[in-house]
Design a protein around this ligand. Sequence first.
Ligand code: FCB
Length: 436
Amino acid sequence: MFLWGTATAAYQIEGAATEDGRGPSVWDVFAHEPGRTRDGHTGDVACDHYHRWPEDVALMSGLGVNAYRFSIAWPRVLPLGSGEVNAKGLDFYERLVDALLERGVQPVPTLFHWDLPQALEERGGWLERDTAARFADYAAVVAGRLADRVPLWITLNEPFVHMAYGYAMGVHAPGRALLTAALPAAHHQLLGHGLAVRALRAAGAREVAITNNCTPVRPASEGEADLRAAEAYDILHNRLFNDPVLLGAYPDLSAYPPGLTCVQDGDLEVIATPIDALGVNYYNPTRIAAPAEDAGLPFADAGITGHPTTAFGWPVVPDGLRELLTGLKARYGAALPPVHITENGCSQPDVPTEHGTVEDPGRIAFLEGHIAAMRRAMAEGVDVRGYFVWSLLDNFEWAEGYHQRFGLVHVDFATQRRTPKASYRWYAEFLASCRD
Ligand code: FCB
């Protein structure tokens, strides 16, 4: 059965940041620091999903999706990151999973969507090797409760973005700006992924995946310097996270001295523990040029031009999804497992009309275009098994706070009123037509 779903993440929707024993995460701390997020927004309340989840499950049911990707907040389950388990945290996810199953919606949990327990950050976060082992312990705890009911698990969400934004540039939690000294955060996340795959299987999980943010990289010109820069960017964004998982080897990191110095014997075997699916998040392609002489990095973003853009300013290039998927197939061949598009969507201004409706034709066109591109890739032989719209609800968009709306459902953050947008009705009709 092809999975048609929507996706969310814990810190972006749950709120209830201090309730029922939840510990603080790096995002709680970061968002409360002055100047870190637009207008100082935090996820303290977000969509109040922790209390309103029955309404949100009903919205999914009305949509007709057969799958829902959400994330489990590590600090709800283990408030200090390791050690004592908070039963109330697990109870919350168990209630959610059971409610989804009752409605015929397959739960697809992600174990880490960037909300590292602050206690682990204080011990070095993902720069520290021990965090990988703690992640596997946490995976075992959650699977111990839910593996009998959850068919497909996702370990990490977008380790590239977490490393790059959180540790290299400091624009996301934990707010460290280490440039290439952030690379250990890549290796330790990947090691944590491999250890978690093993822990999940030991606890009875049937299928396990990792979700990577992938972008087709286009050189700004055919000149040698631009080609070299594009290759360096492709290595950092895509291959650093796909190669070790699928091929058991890191790509050439010589453009990023000193490279990875924290890899120990046996780590790559752990990271390459076979997985059942690759989760791919796609938003847009990237165009890369050679950097200026004194730039600290071996590439420069040249910007994609000639395409419409979303409210975020991201270029809308549906065929980039086909290009990405066929490119993965070309690179990894038989080593590429079935793929799920675990996120795809766009932010739009989404202002309610005087009649209380939200008309978002741009989002409908975006989704139609990308689903068609995915189908072209499938016709070209890529084994795609699922597609998840980001997102079910407007939510806390990280450093942008509540300013970027990605939902199929509009959320009025003052009242928590949910209003399905035109795109919700479009997706519901589309899904009904798939079932016919
Ligand atoms: C992805 C994140 C997701 C959301 C979308 C817009 O990088 O995984 O949480 O913020 O971007």
